[in-house]
Design a protein. Sequence first.
Length: 272
Amino acid sequence: MRSRTEVINGTPTRWEEDGDGIPVVLVHGIPTSPDLWRKVTPLVPNARKLCFEMIGYGDSIAAGAEREISVARQADYLLDWLDALQVERAILVGHDLGGGVVQIAAVRRASLAAGILLTNAIGYDSWPIPSVKMMRAIGGLVRHLPAGVVKAMVAPLFVRGHDDQDVARESFRIHWSRYERDRAGVALIRQMRSLDVNDTLSVADDLPRLRGTPSRLIWGAADPFQPVKYGERFAHDLDAPLERIEGGKHFTPEDHPDIIARGINDLVEANR
């Protein structure tokens, strides 16, 4: 994957890119980065993979310091970025917060979505999760804690969210390294304070309008953060199949990249 950064409408925007063919836009969540898709993209050979980095996350943490970084605003950044790349149609893939970004972008511009894949995504009233609400409530304290203490607070989320603990350790090492470049607590609380459930509630009633778009739901059925009942609700509203990963947890693109890639490849084939 090649890392690229351009200033789009005054905002430094970073993404990773590889391949040719129909664009596949992949959007990560919290507290991750485009590296979330590192095991998925090599398994999608016939597409132009575009891994968008949300403003204020990953290597773009600094860019979020003076900007709004809510999920709804990320959808604006995403659409502006795709306009700059002259991408008019794409398969939209989202995990966690990235799933919320995908929903909002698709509702705002239905002509963009050549396909939609959501995996263990936020939606409706499923978020913020209790641990995030707790950390946000004590954010004034967390902002001033030593990075090592904040690291110890976040590590259990990766342990609980992975069914493969070797991958959990690898994942935490990769994603947490971005926070260590900044004041970890400041960056994390900035992200958490941007989360507003109304961003997804505001588009929930519009999701059935996307039923003509080829869509897939893939869900770790043992996810302690985004329960599979929300995957079932998405499947109903989008009139799309739901693939349950029994025993799978939250970070499906890292624990089960083959299953996620198969779903993306199905949507690529549907657009050939």
